[in-house]
Unconditional design. Structure first.
Length: 469
């Protein structure tokens, strides 16, 4: 009886549950141990101001408001700390695995398990699920859009269409790189419009309801836009203009950091996502050459290759943007390997799938995505201030000339308990800090206008007070 019940167990579902639990566990393990880096501290401090003071002003350079509102909500529930700052990215990263459950039947068990494991154990997805950045939220809602479109095409229910486009509309409040995905989506649709609409004479997309679909989708985009922005130009025009400026900026100080070589993403994909990238690349070529009639995998292949080309061609490059390429390559990789494995017998399929998942886990953890930074200098600075600070409530900051970033950003987050003055441009001015406000007479005329506003700006070489750091 026991053996009979064991045979009736859904092995695929059990394995999927194990993958999902492992994915969540990896993302949540020691989540608050590492100090916040430069970008994370900006996001955390902006969210803290929104949580504490209700202050938020959209800045295209810091991307959309979605991250700040939900992180401020996490602070309200769990308090303002590193763990709560990173909790929602970790949860959304783990939920990406669960998003695939509704399309298990469409994918088939082998592909379902492989794609789930690609997302759960991808080095890049683990890393950026454990940091307070925009890109994991963007990947989540793009994947939710893909899943909803599959369900819509299978079940013909407008609910999935509206849910999918709601997710896509939310990406406009996350990061302007979503417009690259939208461009790829529209371009693929235009290239294949005859095949898509001509697939069947009974194609439900030909029904007059398509006009009502377009109307409701437009309303969804407008409503989402006004929920997050003051006007429609913020979420579209200002975001794109700002990103274009960053892409083509000729600032020398930024060039080495944000404008690496054209091979930057290709190199990172090979170094950190070897199995996903190589098998995904082979899969893309295979489906193109075989002229696959499955528009889902054709689109994902087109999406993977086009994303790699576009993001490689753009001068502005950051490590977190790699998720825009890893996601489609992960889907194609799982689909392609699944197609190969399904040529074997049922028993061998499960064994081969398990082996690939094991290799994927090993390849990801070779680079140790859970590495802990034990030397948290910012925590030490904060503790030092608490022990040595005098009775004054003011902490003064120094912004040295020639520093590209202008500010050493992690400190405002770690010193958020104190009064941090802001410049008239809305940025915290700091690099070193001191507890004495004596200035040389020759710079009094420069700093006095700012001091009347409660802002202190000085330079290390002109200070008479004691400098810490």
């Amino acid at each position: 009886m026991i053996l009979k019940n064991l045979k009736n167990l859904d092995k695929t579902l059990i394995m999927f549950i194990i993958i999902a639990i492992a994915g969540f566990s990896i993302r949540l393990y020691n989540l608050g141990k590492n100090p916040l880096d430069f970008d994370e501290s900006i996001h955390a401090f902006t969210s803290f101001l929104l949580f504490k003071e209700g202050i938020y002003s959209y800045n295209p350079n810091s991307h959309g408001p979605f991250l700040y509102y939900i992180t401020a909500g996490a602070f309200r529930v769990l308090g303002d700390n590193i763990f709560s700052a990173r909790l929602l990215p970790a949860i959304f990263g783990g939920l990406m695995v669960l998003l695939l459950l509704p399309i298990r039947k469409y994918l088939g068990d082998t592909k379902f398990l492989l794609i789930s494991s690609m997302i759960a154990f991808s080095y890049s997805f683990i890393i950026f699920s454990r940091q307070l950045r925009h890109d994991i939220f963007l990947a989540f809602f793009i994947l939710s859009f893909i899943v909803c479109m599959i369900l819509f095409l299978e079940r013909h229910s407008p609910l999935y269409l509206y849910l999918g486009f709601t997710g896509l509309a939310i990406t406009m409040a996350i990061k302007p790189t979503t417009y690259i995905f939208m461009f790829i989506l529209i371009y693929f649709f235009i290239l294949n419009r005859n095949q898509i609409f001509g697939a069947s004479k009974e194609n439900f997309l030909k029904i007059n309801k398509i006009y009502s679909y377009i109307l409701y989708i437009t309303i969804i985009f407008l409503v989402i836009n006004y929920l997050f922005y003051n006007n429609i130009t913020d979420g579209f025009i200002r975001a794109i203009k700002s990103w274009i400026y960053q892409i083509y900026s000729s600032d020398f100080d930024k060039k080495e950091i944000l404008h690496p070589s054209y091979y930057y993403y290709l190199s990172n994909l090979i170094n950190f996502e070897f199995l996903i990238f190589i098998s995904g690349l082979v899969g893309c070529l295979y489906y193109f050459v075989a002229r696959q009639k499955n528009f889902f995998i054709l689109f994902c292949s087109f999406w993977a290759i086009t994303s790699l080309v576009i993001f490689s061609a753009i001068q502005y490059k950051t490590s977190d943007l790699i998720l825009n390429m890893v996601l489609p390559f992960a889907i194609v990789s799982g689909f392609f390997l699944g197609d190969m494995i399904e040529r074997f017998s049922r028993n061998n399929r499960f064994i081969l799938t398990s082996i690939i998942i094991f290799i994927l886990i090993l390849s990801s953890f070779v680079n140790n995505p859970l590495i802990m930074n034990k030397n948290n200098e910012y925590e030490k600075i904060t503790q030092f201030i608490k022990l040595n600070k005098n009775e004054e409530k003011i902490i003064y900051f120094v912004s040295p000339i020639g520093n590209y970033f202008g500010i050493n950003w992690p400190l405002p987050w770690y010193l958020r308990e104190y009064d941090l003055f802001q410049s008239d441009k809305g940025m915290v001015v700091e690099l070193n800090y001191l507890f004495d406000s004596k200035y040389s007479e020759n710079i009094w005329n420069f700093v006095h206008p700012y001091e009347t506003k409660g802002i202190v700006i000085t330079s290390t070489k002109h200070l008479n007070g004691k400098i810490w750091i």
